[in-house]
Design a binder for this molecule. Structure first.
Ligand code: NI
Length: 182
């Protein structure tokens, strides 16, 4: 008898970029009514797609699904969140940020340094996540996607929007955001 291995049912999804001219990136996404198997499947596929990209955050509209679902991976902590909401924000951080939907570009964005985020986890249970630094930045960036906002809407100055290929290695090392693994 041969042991049958269960195939891993994960699909890499297409990431919508601004070049696709898909209105999904600019739509306010509706809330998830219940975290059921289809939402869990979406979360798992998003996490796999994000890690493969590679990126530290992804929002459902970026894979052409208008729903309030995000995935984040920072410091090997994985978050699969539905209906995320920032309930507390403190301090300020200013730094370069990128986005998987705006490939090859980075720009300077000011975000809160620390946030507390309320959401439903992969099991539909209410959770609170406290994040600082990159985790806080990623959560704020992803929640923006759910409201149709891109980092390019939040630049400290339009002149900070730059092509990654025109930056030096040291500058690239200072970029924090979706498009960069840190
Ligand atoms: Ni993004």
């Amino acid at each position: 008898m041969t042991a049958q291995r269960e195939p891993k049912r994960v699909t890499l999804l297409h990431i919508v970029t601004v070049a696709d001219d898909n209105p999904v990136l600019r739509r306010k996404a509706p809330r998830v009514s219940r975290v059921d198997d289809s939402v869990r499947r979406l979360m798992d596929d998003m996490m796999e797609t994000m890690v493969a990209a590679p990126g530290v955050g992804l929002a459902a509209p970026q894979v052409d699904v208008s729903l309030r679902v995000i995935t984040v991976k920072v410091d090997n902590q994985l978050f699969h969140l539905a209906n995320p909401e920032i309930i507390k924000a403190e301090g300020e951080q200013t730094g370069y940020e990128g986005c998987l939907s705006v490939p090859g570009m980075v720009g300077e964005v000011t975000r809160a340094e620390k946030v507390v985020c309320k959401a439903l986890n992969r099991h539909g249970k209410q959770v609170r996540i406290k994040g600082a630094g990159l985790l806080a930045r990623a959560i704020q960036h992803e929640i923006d996607h759910l409201d149709g906002i891109l980092f390019t809407d939040r630049l400290t100055d339009p002149s900070t929007l730059r092509k990654v290929e025109e930056m030096g290695d040291e500058e690239i090392a200072n970029v924090e955001g979706e498009a960069v693994t840190v």
